[in-house]
Design a protein around this ligand. Structure first.
Ligand code: FES
Ligand SMILES: [Fe+2]
Length: 343
């Protein structure tokens, strides 16, 4: 569905890295993922590195993810055609000489990498590298993953919700905000190319007994400092601190599955509570994302309208405004969106 207006341009986002799976979920068995309306098959090659290819056998369009991986080849489940890791068909068993493969018999193979506990894919030469988050590669920090959270909205809606300050007391009372203190603290956004930088200091929500996930008990008057980097189009590195050495990194990346469907991956690093059971943070995130999902899936349109006149923005919506401007400036949102409807 493409209605008039300015929306995310899926074609332009082919030249960006996007998450397609948690690294721990990917083995040598092929699995399916959708990215920007494109069906993909993923697996790990014999050297452990991720492979990402189009999930459409060129013969009859069967999903290659139904097939079998042997060595560094994937074999289609329907007629057994074999493809190597660069997408070239190397054997057609129905031929007397199975190796006499026509040159056209190939599928697209895409760039892939593993980092921060995620498998990333780019459908075209990526314009920017992944963000640098050394904390998540420092073996001294504990890491927990949560999600993926699959929502019926575009990835921009999910990213924007993650970084929306005004909703904390209303949607997450007692967990991320306090309804008696709804005022959004002042903050300014600095846009550098495709990265938005902003920080916020706000009164700490108490650690709840159910979810004792934050490190705030040490730092006098409870105050939480959150330093954000929003890397266009859909990745956020949020560093949370309480004025001392305790630190937490929230890394969030949304997979644009299609025009109005996305999946959010959370990777959290911390240098305190190192022995805490992963489930404490995972249950907390499940609760928070569950509260958000109901609200965000109700938003209309179900995609972020990047035209500033389409919604009512106030001063405390500075991040949303800067995000809309930067997405347009970088050519990631456009008047005539090129989108592939997967619904
Ligand atoms: S459809 Fe894949 S081999 Fe025939
Ligand atoms: Fe939220």
């Amino acid at each position: 569905m493409t209605s008039p207006g300015v929306y995310a341009d899926l074609a332009a986002q082919r030249a960006c890295w996007h998450p397609v799976a948690f690294a721990a979920a990917l083995g040598t068995e092929p699995r399916h993922a959708d990215l920007l309306g494109e069906p993909l098959v993923l697996w790990r090659g014999p050297d452990g590195s991720p492979r990402v290819m189009s999930d459409l056998c060129v013969h009859r369009g069967t999903a290659l993810s139904l097939g079998r991986v042997t060595g560094d080849e994937i074999r289609c489940a329907y007629h057994g055609w074999r493809y190597n890791a660069d997408g070239r068909c190397v054997a057609i068993p129905q031929l007397e000489d199975p190796s006499r493969v026509p040159a056209k018999a190939r599928v697209a193979a895409f760039r892939a990498q593993e980092r921060y506990g995620l498998i990333w894919a780019a459908l075209e030469e990526p314009r920017w590298p992944l963000p640098e988050v050394p904390e998540l590669q420092n073996g001294d920090w504990a890491m927990v993953t949560a999600g993926p959270y699959t929502w019926e909205c575009d990835a921009a809606r999910q990213v924007e919700n993650f970084t929306d300050f005004g909703h904390f007391p209303w949607v997450h009372p007692g967990l991320l905000g306090d309804p008696s203190r709804p005022v959004v603290p002042r903050h300014e956004v600095r846009t550098e190319g495709h990265v938005l930088h902003y920080s916020i200091v706000r009164p700490e929500a108490e650690n709840s007994d159910d979810f004792p996930v934050f490190g705030n008990e040490q730092a006098g008057p409870p105050e939480r400092r959150s330093r954000y980097e929003l890397h266009l189009p859909y990745t956020i590195a949020l560093r949370v601190g309480w004025g001392a050495e305790k630190g937490m990194v929230y890394f969030f990346a949304a997979q644009p599955i299609g025009v109005d469907r996305c999946s959010g991956y959370v990777v959290i690093g911390r240098n305190y509570n190192l022995d805490q059971d992963d489930e404490v943070i995972q249950n907390f995130e499940d609760t928070i994302f569950g509260q958000d999902q109901v609200v965000v899936e109700s938003q209309r349109p179900d995609r972020v309208p990047f035209d500033l006149a389409a919604e009512l923005h106030l001063k405390f919506d500075a991040v949303a405004v800067a995000y809309r401007k930067a997405m347009r400036t970088e050519g990631l949102a456009a008047d005539a969106p090129v989108g592939i409807d997967v619904s």
